[in-house]
Write a protein that binds this ligand. Structure first.
Ligand code: CMP
Length: 139
């Protein structure tokens, strides 16, 4: 089915000016960018976005990093978009990421791993709504 998923290009990637290279890989996988904006999130916004991880030992580091520079938040649309995006991203830890994936090619570490993507339909819905209103999404 045609799905929408949430994607984020993280500060380690915007800092290295590889936003376009990453979007190209998403597009080549058949995903279409139907909403996009550059945001420098506040600590509070990062805490809210990653609230499910608040008990994790790396939470503070994660919030600190995600608010350390600009990110690009996007909505991607396509056949099986949630799983497809995760496939193109590769494993969370670049050491485990398959050849040809975004994280294998670009991620620096498990924290500075260049991209985020929703892991399921329900989280995609919540994450899209966190950053976008319906009128900002143009399919
Ligand atoms: P993401 O898909 O954005 O969701 C949560 C993030 O937490 C994850 O990608 C990683 O970048 C980050 N993360 C996971 N494990 C660790 C860790 N051990 N140390 C730092 N960051 C981590």
């Amino acid at each position: 089915a045609i799905e929408r998923t949430f994607s984020m290009i993280k500060p380690d990637a915007t800092r290295r000016n590889i936003t376009g290279a990453i979007v190209k890989m998403l597009e080549e996988a058949g995903l279409k960018v139907v909403a996009s904006k550059r945001v420098w999130m506040s600590r509070r916004e990062a805490e809210g976005f990653y609230a499910v991880h608040k008990e994790r030992p790396f939470f503070n580091e994660l919030v600190e990093f995600m608010s350390s520079g600009p990110t690009v938040v996007q909505v991607l649309e396509g056949e099986n978009a949630i799983a497809k995006n995760r496939e193109v991203m590769g494993a969370t830890n670049p050491k485990d990421a398959a050849e040809g994936t975004i994280r294998k090619l670009h991620a620096l570490s498990i924290g500075e791993n260049s991209v985020h993507g929703s892991d399921a339909a329900e989280t995609a819905k919540v994450e899209i709504a966190y950053w976008f209103s319906e009128t900002e999404i143009v399919g």
